[in-house]
Each structure stands twice: as C-alpha cells, then as structure tokens.
Design a protein around this ligand. Structure first.
Ligand code: ADP
Ligand code: MG
Length: 475
C-alpha cells in the first residue's frame, strides 16, 4: 500500500506524540515508507540497519500499525526492508548543515538529538545511564583484520552465550588500545547482540566518567544505596574508558566493590581502556590485579587493507560507491585511527552529495588538505637532518661529517632512526644521504636508539618532540 506524502507527515506527527521526541528521533524518524511495495493491506518501511529493524519490529510495530490506521483509516500490516543507502543519501542531500563531520547519517543525527542516552531503562534491556549507545556499532558493521581479530573473536564468543548463568570464560573481558581503534564499537556490538538474544538481560553500558558523575551525585543527593543497587544488580556491566578512574580514589573504590560483587555472582564485566591493566596509571593495586583476571586483549591500528575495507563498508552504508583509487588514497594518507578516517569520509560524502558529483582523488586531496597537513606531512631526509641538527644546536654538515664525538654521533643516530621511522627510504638510501655511509651503520643506529628508548626517558621525550616538529609542514 502506498502512503501519500500527506499521510506520511501526519503519521510522523502522530508517532512523535505517541512515543515522545527522543524515541521518535532515535528509532522512527530514520524510517521511510518504501515506494516499491504495492501489496494491498501492507506498508513496507525502509530501515537503515538490521539492528534498527530488529529493534523497531520488537518495539514499534504495533504502534506503527495503529498510527497507519489513524492516518489512512484502513487496517494494514507493516513490513521492513533494510536499505541504508537510500536513507542516508536522502538525508545527506537535504542537509545543508556545515557541521557534517560526525553527523552525516540519520542514526548519528538521532544520537545527537538524544539528551539522556539512547535507551530508556524502563523500556529496554540496554541501559546506558546517559551515554549514547550507537545503533550502528554492531558486529555486522565491524571489519575484522589482523589488528583486531583476536578481540573480535573473543567479543563474539562472549556475546554468543545463550545462558547467562553459564560460567564466564573471560571475566572481566578487557579491551585496550589507542583512540579510535574500535573499542567502543566492539563493546557496544556485544551489548546489541546480547540484547537481541537475551531481551530480559539487564545490560548496562556506561563510560567511566559517567560512572563517576553518577557516583558523585548519589553522594550529594544521599541516595548512594540506589546507586549501589543500580550497578550491582545488572547481568552485564560494560564500562568504557576505565583509565578515567586513575587517581579518582573514591570512585575507584566504589567501582572496586561493584566489580567484586558482580564477579562473585558470576556476572559478566566488560571494560575498555587506552592501556593494558599493567600500564594504567594511578589505579590501586587490588583493582589493577583484578582487571587482569580475565582476558585482556589489545586492539592495534588496522593495516592498509583493513582500512580500505572499513572505508568501503562505511561508504556503502552512506549509499556512496567509493572508487578504489579514492579509498586507497584515503587509507594510505590517514593511517593512525579509524575515527579520523571516518571523519574524512563523511566530509567527502557530504560534499559529493551536495554538489552531486562523484568523489575523485583530486577532490579528496583538495577537501581534506587541512587534515593531511596536520596528520601526514611527508617528511624528507633533508628535513629530518635539518630539524635534528637545529634541535641539538649542530650544523647540518655535522649530519654528513665523519666526526665521532658523542655530541654529534648521537644526534646523527637519532636522525637516522627518525629517517627509518618517518620515511620509506631504505637503509642504503638513508646511509647515502648521511654523507655516504654504509647501510650497516644506519642499521646499527636504529638498533641502538631502539634499545636506548626502552630505558632513557629524556631520549623518549626528545624523539617525541622531534616527531611532532617533523609532522608539521616546513615553514
Ligand atoms: P575507540 O573506542 O577505540 O576510541 P570507537 O569504537 O569509537 O573507537 O571507533 C571509532 C570509529 O571507528 C567508530 O565510528 C567505529 O565504528 C569505527 N571503527 C573502528 N574500527 C572499526 C572496524 N574494525 N570496522 C568498522 N568500523 C570501525
Ligand atoms: Mg571509545
């Protein structure tokens, strides 16, 4: 059955009243009536993700039917098809907002409009205590490569548990790694998957920061009892970015007791952090040791191939066919972090939808100039020699000379080390540019610096600073 534009507008208004602004924005606004299905007595809706479809089926089908009856005066059934492309494209086409980096699709928009967390605890199983849970963060949308395979498999294994009272294989499950590598995505994917399979489970997702905020307000409002109750009666507790608890002693203590209670009752705990339990700063010893009780798994920066696959998957979800040249180009230039990669893609997609033109390497280069400037300034050997010499108050000539005094030889080794790290030149090429030295000299330098870096913190600082200096364009 076709829904007219007028009926669709009426239905949207009706739904908004019925379920409230927040739920509407999160779950119903992204729906579109399909224009293709014409079977009488049934309206087909287009939904952007399978996760969203499952959710809408479970929670909103009856309301949709009632609403349709209300606006069309007919009884009809509802069905759904998952088609992210259509929706995202329409949305993007309409969008003239300049702030496009992180809000380029409907689910994200819904999230942005969310004031108090996506899921309403009284209605659903995933509670979020003020942190948005992103409906796109599912296993389906997660690209697996060497860098994250182990973490992914472990996450799947945890999520697939059918009986929550089973003994937990990994408890706590601890995911760590640098920013933007998919820790939150993986953790929320577990939540989504578990929720679909165990709708009755009490799953709580919260950032460590929000955990602290709740703790403080419960102290202030003298309802610490209900705070404890809330956290200690869940089936699955997920705390994101646990490094935040470093140095927050009382919050840590409270978390420690929550942790102990849940573990002793066999409840699953899942945590993320930027570092391994051992490397976390200012975490009390008894808590630190518990963090390592289960399985701690590291997520690494993805390889070039994985980055390309991520880009292509994300662009598909946005309804854009990304030319392989373009995905190669982006993946090659932005290597550190998936979030940056995604931000760049969103910018390109938004731009190309607005001007109705396909993305080419040239447009990418042009539109993302500022990003590349700060992230991927291409460094030359000459530049390294010049900046290292400046840094240590030497002359560039000292980089090429045969002098062996330590005050000169060490900076020269550092420059060689940086040359190997920051450029794609081979050992012989580097040797040649340092006054025609043999490649073994360069290899020795790299080895020496690597070894020193393990223990010498002032050298670590020097090198970090030099890397930063070298990442900036020459002026
Ligand atoms: P972290 O919590 O580690 O800082 P996030 O989980 O927030 O990182 O990930 C940042 C962005 O990168 C998210 O949009 C996420 O979907 C995306 N992302 C990271 N890794 C992957 C992956 N392997 N496949 C698909 N998307 C990914
Ligand atoms: Mg995160």
């Amino acid at each position: 059955m076709q829904v007219t534009t007028q009926q669709w507008n009426d239905l949207q208004n009706w739904l908004q009243n019925e379920v409230g602004e927040d739920n509407f924005c999160s779950w119903l606004q992204p729906l579109r009536p399909s224009e293709e299905n014409n079977s009488a007595g049934e309206v087909t809706f287009i939904v952007p993700t399978t996760f969203m479809r499952d959710w809408v089926v479970r929670h909103y089908s009856e309301i949709l039917k009632r609403g349709l009856q209300e606006v069309t005066d007919k009884t009809c059934d509802v069905s759904y098809i998952v088609k992210s492309a259509v929706d995202a494209q329409r949305y993007l086409a309409k969008k003239n907002d300049k702030n496009i980096t992180s809000s380029a699709n409907p689910a994200q928009k819904a999230l942005n409009q969310q004031k108090n967390g996506l899921y309403n605890p009284s209605e659903t199983g995933i509670m979020s205590q003020g942190n948005p849970v992103d409906p796109r963060f599912t296993f389906d949308n997660f690209i697996v490569g060497h860098s994250n395979e182990f973490a992914f498999q472990a996450a799947r294994r945890i999520a697939e548990v059918s009986d929550l009272s089973e003994v937990k294989v990994y408890n706590p499950f601890f995911i760590y790694g640098g920013v933007g590598l998919g820790k939150t995505h993986l953790m929320q994917a577990i939540a989504h998957y578990m929720f679909i399979n165990n709708p009755k489970a009490k799953i709580l997702y919260i950032s460590a920061e929000k955990f602290m905020n709740h703790f403080i307000s419960s102290l202030k409002n003298k309802n610490i009892h209900s705070f404890k109750q809330a956290f200690r009666t869940v089936d699955i507790l997920m705390v994101d970015d646990i490094q935040f608890l470093g140095g927050k002693d009382s919050t840590q203590e409270e978390f420690f007791h929550t942790f102990d209670t849940l573990i002793s009752e066999g409840k699953q705990i899942i945590l993320t952090a930027d570092k391994s339990p051992n490397e976390l700063k200012n975490i009390e010893e008894r808590l630190r040791s518990r963090l390592g009780w289960g399985l701690a798994t590291e997520m690494h920066p993805p390889s070039l191939e994985t980055r390309i696959a991520i880009l292509e998957k994300k662009s598909q979800a946005l309804g854009i066919e990304l030319n392989r040249d373009v995905s190669m180009f982006l993946a090659d230039r932005i290597s550190s972090n998936v979030r940056e990669l995604e931000g760049a893609l969103n910018r390109l997609v938004a731009h190309s939808t607005l001007i109705q033109q396909a993305i080419t390497v040239e447009t990418a280069q042009d539109l993302l100039k500022d990003l590349f400037r700060s992230y991927n300034h291409v460094v030359t050997l000459e530049e390294i020699q010049k900046k290292v010499a400046n840094y240590y108050n030497l002359r560039i000539g000292d980089m090429h000379s045969v002098k062996r005094t330590k005050a000169i030889a060490r900076p020269r080794q550092i420059a060689m080390y940086l040359s190997k790290q920051l450029t794609t030149n081979s050992y012989p090429e580097i040797g040649k540019s340092f006054g025609g030295r043999d490649h073994t000299t360069v290899m020795h330098a790299v080895k020496t610096i690597n070894k020193l870096l393990k223990t010498d913190s002032s050298l670590q600082e020097d090198i970090q600073l030099l890397e930063k200096l070298l990442s900036m364009p020459q002026n």
